[in-house]
Design a protein around this ligand. Structure first.
Ligand SMILES: C[S@@+](CC[C@H](N)C(=O)[O-])C[C@H]1O[C@@H](n2cnc3c(N)ncnc32)[C@H](O)[C@@H]1O
Length: 395
């Protein structure tokens, strides 16, 4: 998406998200009855009678669902507003021999795609791999006449990255650096950030604009990993928006998943069905029809019998269960899980529009700071659902 279209698209997305926030903000997991169900009873009924397998099959592509109104209309709008072109790609110089050793295949493919989409008018002289992990991205981009600094705060990743760079005979600086603290960054740097979480990539945008980096590129992820309780917009258009986003809301774009294996799915479903079974119980015990947040639990809790799971979780929350019809409660949890997953398909329509709204807020911020920006996808969502990328350059 060229710079000239960014503001118009942001405004269109903003209007769409604000108008329909009653549909995508409430989470079926925490609401037994969603506020919009009274307004759209046919849609709610249709979704509620579908199975868990039906929901699973539609999860990553809810747009095609032949559901009652207003689902198809919203789906069409969401598709149109969430569409972005793939960024033009040009082949990278061949990788140095065995550079991808120790890099998982999917990660390497992401790096190749990210690198191929990097097109700057001026050739970078000093790459800065922001939140670099072991620095695989930076090493893949590095050419003979260029320098590379990798910033990372995990000492083990720094050591492993340094060993890899040494092994390949590359003069790379792996610097132990908390990017939220004081960072030395200069106009000579070309920062790149592949999947730096919420605050981490926002910090990069602010710093890079302030110190005068001429060009940078990033693919954001984990929009919900931020210190603040609510979303802090970056651009003027973001500040002017009526959209108030909670941390929960910021998690919506991340709910698209790369298809998990059967075992992982079963574990995830069991965990959620148990929580929903417990949710029913706690509502009865407390005489209060409200969701009660519970802590994340170690995986071995799923090996306990359901009754013990509920008793132990109740104890953690200062409740006492007494004797219950445990099989009925467990079955209730699974029934609710199917309903929750199907009702979530409505929220799923807003996943990409919200993500694009967030990315365009970043792009607009850079535009306000003198950058010419380009927004697009750098790879297919099957490789990573976090496939949006912003390229920014200024004179
Ligand atoms: C999702 S990983 C991405 C790593 C790499 N860019 C990649 O694509 O493989 C995020 C990285 O950020 C690092 N990180 C998290 N917080 C950080 C901070 N405050 N300062 C520097 N690095 C940080 C993590 O240790 C992790 O390596």
């Amino acid at each position: 998406m060229p710079a000239k279209d960014v503001e118009a698209r942001f405004q269109a997305l903003d209007a769409f998200l604000v108008e329909h926030q009653g549909l995508w903000k409430p989470r079926p997991f925490t609401h037994r009855q969603l506020p919009w169900e009274a307004e759209h009873p046919d849609l709610a009924h249709w979704l509620r009678q579908r199975s868990l397998a039906d929901a699973e099959a539609s999860h990553n592509g809810p747009h095609d669902l032949a559901a009652p109104a207003p689902f198809p209309q919203l789906a069409a709008q969401a598709l149109q507003l969430g569409a972005v072109d793939k960024l033009p790609a040009q082949p990278l110089a061949p990788a140095r021999p065995r550079l991808n050793v120790d890099v998982p295949g999917r990660k390497w493919a992401q790096i190749e795609a990210f690198g191929a989409a990097l097109q700057f008018a001026q050739a970078p002289t000093h790459w800065l791999d922001w939140c670099a992990g072991k620095g695989h991205l930076g090493r893949r981009l590095l050419q003979d006449d260029q320098a590379l600094t990798c910033l990372e705060y995990d000492p083990a990743l720094i050591a492993a990255g340094q060993a890899l760079s040494d092994h390949h005979g590359l003069a790379v600086t792996h610097r132990l650096q908390d990017v939220m603290a004081d960072v030395t960054l200069g106009p000579e740097h070309t920062p790149v950030a592949l999947h730096a979480c919420g605050d981490l990539h926002v910090r990069l945008l602010r710093l890079a604009s302030a110190v005068g980096c001429k060009q940078l590129a990033f693919a954001p992820c984990c929009y919900n990993r931020v210190q603040s309780d609510t979303y802090q917009p970056l651009s003027s258009a973001g500040h002017a928006s009526r959209l108030q986003l909670s941390i929960d809301d910021l998690g919506l774009p991340l709910s698209e998943t790369v298809t998990a294996g059967r075992r992982v799915r079963l574990q995830r479903d069991t965990s959620m069905a148990r929580r929903l079974g417990f949710d029913q119980l706690q509502r009865e015990l407390r005489g209060c029809d409200e969701y009660l947040p519970t802590p994340s639990l170690p995986a071995h809790w799923l090996d306990k019998p359901f009754a013990d799971y509920c008793r132990d979780l109740a104890t953690l929350k200062g409740l006492s269960t007494g004797e219950q019809d445990w099989p009925a409660l467990e079955a209730h949890g699974w029934r609710r899980l199917a309903q929750v997953r199907n009702l979530e398909l409505v929220r799923g329509l807003f996943r990409r529009p919200l993500e694009l709204w967030l990315v365009l807020d970043r792009a607009l911020f850079l535009g306000e700071n003198g950058y010419k920006v380009e927004v697009g996808s750098f790879c297919e969502p099957a490789l990573t659902p976090r496939n949006l990328m912003v390229l920014a350059e200024r004179d």
